[in-house]
Each structure stands twice: as structure tokens, then as C-alpha cells.
Design a protein around this ligand. Sequence first.
Ligand code: NAP
Ligand code: ZN
Ligand code: ZN
Length: 350
Amino acid sequence: MSKSKGYAAPQSKAPLAPFSFDRREPREHDVVIDIKYCGICHSDIHQARDEWSDYQDECIFPMVPGHEIAGVVSAVGKNVTKHKVGDKVGVGCFVDSCRRCPECKQGLEQYCSVKTVWTYNARDNEEKPTYGGYSDRIVVDENYVLRMPDNLALDTCAPLLCAGITLYSPLKHWKAGLGKKVAIIGLGGLGHMGVKIAHAMGSEVTVLSQSLKKQADGKRLGADHYYATSDAATFEKLARSFDLIINTVSAQINWNEYLGLLKVDGTMVLVGLPEKDIPVGAFSLTGGRRSLAGSQIGGIRETQEMLDFCGKHGFGSDVEVIPIQKVNEAFERVLKSDVRYRFVIDMATL
Ligand code: NAP
Ligand code: ZN
Ligand code: ZN
């Protein structure tokens, strides 16, 4: 065991505070990573406040959140072949899975039918709690560690490990690209990556935001169109417009109104994770042979593909880098949708 330090939520809804804990000694296939930056995902807030209690087991406190981890390899176990000391690497939402089930074999470790070991608020294969990236170091099996793009700054790449892959995976799966009209609901951490990636894939991109406050940013990020959903005329004007809508909103919205924006055979993919079940009218789907779907991050192979894609297209995330002492303030600002467009913690301030 070796000592690590970080910031943890001591209990549900309590402010995060400094916390010391043990990390395992590296095993033969482990990589030790000095964490340089960690993004703040809205999921970190849902978890630290135990907002998903309807859908998951009890949260584990103290909880060190953080699953958008970017750092540099500082040591490797004796059988590691994929990474070496000094490499720029990343870790996303999970650090292990069963490796044998049909999903793992297809590279869909995030849907492992035995057990995906989440980066924090979970138990590893020895039943020890996992601790995330709001910390100085992490020890992870080499097969769950990603290579970061050489040409991009590490701070801007950290959010790719969750926000980036969470949008890349459904955009690819539902075939965003030339000739496709794609809408992104919510211009936050996930949403702004959705705009960049869908645009880079060649789609015609529309942002559906609560207001027009961020319109200039949306256009700069790659959106062709931008509408305020607080304006009822938006729903009339855009009725039956989109092939694909990705919904990144963390709260309840009027699902049926948004489904009406899909063309016949269009699909709305949920990636946002509100606390409660969502009410959907059958007619919203049957009236256009529409699909309502969901998607969760992406597997290791696809996450590497997304990082390489972002490197090739020369973009990371738009970030506001903060010292770790401001993490509680950052949580509050995310809750007010006051983030442009991802907070990233500079771990040198720990
Ligand atoms: P975020 O930065 O807070 O962005 C969410 C955006 O949704 C906000 O910027 C806002 O955009 C819009 N929004 C917020 N409240 C709203 C409301 N009441 N009505 C309408 N729009 C609202 O959060 P994020 O980090 O992108 O995460 C978004 C959600 O995705 C969270 O629930 C998170 O847990 C979930 N998530 C899921 C996955 C997955 O694998 N499925 C992965 C990561 C995160 P505008 O200001 O433009 O309206
Ligand atoms: Zn996340
Ligand atoms: Zn598995």
C-alpha cells in the first residue's frame, strides 16, 4: 500500500474536503499514473450527492470523485507492455471489467454483464473501494489505460475520457455524418463535445439550449443552428427535423415535445441521467416510427479511437482550469449551467 491524497465527499451532500487514503502497490500489469488534471463531470455531483439511489446500490463514502483523468506514467509493473514511464495517459469511467463475457470480448466493457469496476464509488475485484481522479496518483491495469493525443494539451484532453467518449459513441453508433441532421440538447460539458464531434463527422448540427446566451460559443464550436427551448416557437419551427437527437440534460424535460422534433425513423438517445424515471407518451414514438435509446460512455477500444479522432482533428475540450480548493464552488456553478464548458482541476494545486 502507498499513501495518496485527494479531495473526498465525507458523506452524501457534504462539501468535498482533503482526504488521505491507500492505493495498492502496482501489480505486474499495473501502471502508476501521476494525475496532472481531472475534469469535473456532472456525474461526480450526482454521485457525491447520492442522487441515483433509485438505480444503484448505496454510495461509498468517503468518496473521491473524478473519472476524466489525464496524467503521466510514473512507474509500471514488470509485465506491462502497453505504456512506459513518461507516457501521457488517461483513465475514464472504469478501471476493470470481467474480460470474459460477450460484451467484454466485443470491447463493450462499459456494459460488462459480470462487473464493470467503476473508477470511484465502486468496489474492485478484492471488494476494496475505488477512489477517483480528484487525487495525486492512481494505479490501473494497463488494459484500462488510454494513450493521450501527442498534439493536444493534457488539460484540454482530460474531459475527453468521459464527456468526449459519451458523445462520440452514440454519434458513431447512430451514424452521424454527412447528410445527417443532428441536434444536441444542452450545451454543457457533454453537449459542447457533442457539437465538436458531430461537426467533425460532417453532420449538420443544431444546439437546443435553454436560452440564446451561449449562441456565439455554439457557432464557434461548430453548430450550424442554435435555438432556445424556452421559446415555444422553436418546437413548432423544428417539428420533424432531425435524424438524431442526443439529449445531455441532467434534469427532467418535456420528453414528448422533444420527440416531436424527430423525423420519421429518427432516434433520440439519452445520455443525461436525471434522478427519476422519465414520462414518455407512446404516441410520441408511434406517430413517427421513432426510437428512444440510451448510451453509456464507450469501451476501451472506442475510447482510444475517439482520442485519436480528436488528435487528428486538433481539438480537445474547452476548459476552465481551477485549483482543487475551488471544487465545491465549481460544483455549484455546474448546477447553475455556469460552465464554459468543463471545469478541470489542476492537480499541482493539491
Ligand atoms: P452539464 O455540464 O451540467 O451540462 C448539462 C446541460 O444541460 C447544461 O449545461 C444545460 O445546458 C442543460 N440543462 C441543465 N439543466 C436543465 C434543465 N433543467 N432543463 C433543460 N436543460 C438543462 O453536465 P454534463 O457533465 O454534460 O452531464 C450531463 C448529464 O449526463 C448528467 O446527468 C451526467 O450525469 C450525465 N452523464 C452521462 C454519461 C453516460 O455515459 N450516459 C456520461 C457522463 C455524464 P443549456 O444551458 O445549454 O441549456
Ligand atoms: Zn462522467
Ligand atoms: Zn465482462
